[in-house]
Design a protein. Structure first.
Length: 428
C-alpha cells in the first residue's frame, strides 16, 4: 500500500533513504511526471476504492513536501495510469476504467497543477477506446499534440491524437493489428516531434511516425520484452528492455538506431549477465570442468562435476565464477539444494584469495533459488580485486569453496550474474 521516494543529485552516486509519499496506494501500477520546476505529480489507484488520485510533491531546501490526495476520477475502479505534462504545465493522464466485466481507456487534464481535473472528480473524461476485457494506455506530448497510445482486446495497438491548442480527438489509427499484444509497450517523442512506439506481439517491434506518415514495422528482437522503454537522444531512438534469460532470471538489454538501422540487441550492463566462465574443481580427482554453457541455459540438473555428480560436495571442491569485468551478483537456480555443508566466498587480490561475506548475507547453497548481492553497488566492489588465471582462463573470479562436507551436494540448473531488476520505468 506504500509508494516510496528516493532521490539523488547528479551523478547519482548516492541516494537518499526511501521515504513514504503515499500509504493508501493499491497494489497496482502508478506513474509520475516532473515539471520544469522539479516538482513531481504522482498518480495512482487508491487502495480501498481503486479511484484514481494524485499527489503533488514539491521540493524546497533539500526536502520534499507531499500534498494531499486529490481525486482525478471517483466513479469507478481505475488501473494503470499514464501521465504527461505540456511545456505550459497542463497535465494529462490516461487510464483504464473498469466496469464489470470490461475496461475502457479514458483521458483527462488539469491546468492548475493537479488541483482539479476536467469538470471535477465525477467527470469521467474523454473515452478513447471501446470496451474490452483488457486495456492499457500510454500518453505522450510533443510540441503540437497530445497522443494516447493504447490497445484493447489484444487485437490492435492504436493511437488517437489532439492538438494542444484544442479541438477534437482524431479517429483511431491502428499502429498494428493481430494478436498477442500485451501491456509491455512504450512511446517516445523525438526532438523533431517524431513519435516512436515499441511494443510486443510475440516479438519486440518498433514503428515510427515522422509527422506525415507511419513507417514500416521493424522487428527489434525475435523474443518478447518485459517493460520496453523508448527514449530519444535528439532524433535517435534507444530502446532499453528486459528479457527472460532461458528460464526465470532476467537480463537487461538495449538497441539503438545510431546508423540507418537498429543495432543487434546487446546486454546493457556487461557486469550483470551470464558469466563469461564457470569452472568446477573436484578436489578428490584434482580436475576442472567447464560448465559455462550449462550455467547460462535452464536445463534442470545439468550443472555438476562428473566425478562427484554435484556442483560441490567435499572439502576443497570449488566453483569459480568469472567475468571480464568486476561484478556484484550471483544468482543460482538449484535442482537439488545442499544439505549439511558450508562454503567460503573469496576473491583474488593479486597475491591471495581474500575471504568475504556477501552484503546480502552468506549462503551455503541450501535453497532452490538463491540471490546473492556480493557488494552494495559497483562503487563498493573491492579495488584490489584482480584478474588471475584459473585452469588457463583469466577472469575476475569469485571463488566458492567447500569448507565443511555436504551430506547431500547441491546440483545446479542455472548460475548467472544477472541483476534482480524485475521491472523498470524511465521517465524523461
Amino acid at each position: 500500500s506504500e509508494i516510496k521516494l528516493a532521490f539523488s543529485d547528479s551523478p547519482a552516486s548516492s541516494w537518499s533513504t526511501p521515504t513514504t509519499i503515499a500509504s493508501d496506494a493499491a497494489d497496482s501500477t502508478f506513474d509520475c511526471v516532473m515539471d520544469p520546476a522539479g516538482n513531481i505529480q504522482l498518480v495512482y489507484g487508491e487502495q480501498s476504492t481503486h479511484y484514481l488520485v494524485t499527489r503533488r510533491l514539491t521540493f524546497s531546501d533539500g526536502e520534499w513536501s507531499v500534498g494531499s490526495s486529490v481525486a482525478i476520477y471517483n466513479g469507478a475502479q481505475c488501473y494503470d495510469p499514464s501521465v504527461a505534462i505540456e511545456l505550459s504545465g497542463t497535465l494529462w493522464v490516461s487510464w483504464s476504467r473498469f466496469s464489470t466485466p470490461n475496461r475502457c481507456i479514458y483521458v483527462k487534464s488539469s491546468t492548475d497543477d493537479g488541483a482539479t481535473w476536467g469538470l471535477g472528480a465525477s467527470d469521467v473524461g474523454t473515452q478513447m477506446s471501446n470496451s474490452s476485457m483488457f486495456a492499457w494506455s500510454c500518453v505522450a506530448i510533443d510540441n503540437n499534440s497530445i497522443h494516447v497510445i493504447y490497445h484493447d482486446q489484444n487485437t490492435s495497438l492504436s493511437i488517437r491524437s489532439r492538438a494542444l491548442s484544442g479541438g477534437s480527438w482524431s479517429s483511431e489509427y491502428n499502429i498494428d493489428t493481430g494478436s498477442s499484444f500485451d501491456r509491455h509497450f512504450d512511446v517516445g517523442i523525438g526532438a523533431d516531434g517524431r513519435v516512436g512506439v515499441v511494443f510486443n506481439k510475440s516479438q519486440l517491434y518498433y514503428r515510427e511516425y515522422d509527422g506525415n506518415n507511419w513507417g514500416a514495422i521493424i522487428t527489434l528482437d525475435t523474443q518478447p520484452a518485459i517493460c520496453p522503454q523508448l527514449l530519444f537522444y535528439r532524433n535517435t531512438p534507444v530502446v532499453v528492455f528486459q528479457q527472460i534469460l532461458n528460464g526465470v532470471q532476467v537480463v537487461t538489454k538495449y538497441t539503438d538506431r545510431r546508423t540507418g538501422s537498429f543495432s543487434a540487441p546487446a546486454v546493457l550492463d556487461s557486469r550483470a549477465k551470464p558469466y563469461d566462465s564457470v569452472l568446477l574443481y573436484d578436489a578428490s580427482s584434482d580436475s576442472y570442468e567447464d560448465l559455462t554453457s550449462e550455467s547460462e541455459s535452464y536445463t534442470v540438473a545439468d550443472i555438476y562435476h562428473s566425478d562427484s555428480s554435484c556442483l560441490l560436495k567435499d572439502s576443497g571442491d570449488t566453483a569459480y565464477l568469472g567475468m571480464d569485468a568486476r561484478f556484484r551478483y550471483v544468482r543460482l537456480e538449484l535442482s537439488t539444494p545442499g544439505v549439511g555443508g558450508t562454503v567460503i566466498y573469496s576473491y583474488w587480490d593479486g597475491t591471495n584469495w581474500q575471504a568475504f561475506t556477501p552484503v546480502s548475507g552468506s549462503s551455503d547453497l541450501t535453497g532452490l533459488s538463491i540471490d546473492l548481492l556480493l557488494w552494495t553497488d559497483y562503487g563498493s566492489v573491492p579495488v584490489d580485486w584482480q584478474k588471475c588465471a584459473v585452469n588457463s582462463q583469466t577472469r575476475f573470479w569469485v571463488k566458492v569453496e567447500v569448507a565443511s562436507v555436504y551430506s547431500t551436494g547441491p546440483v545446479g540448473t542455472q548460475i548467472t550474474a544477472a541483476s534482480k531488476i524485475n521491472r523498470m520505468i524511465f521517465r524523461r
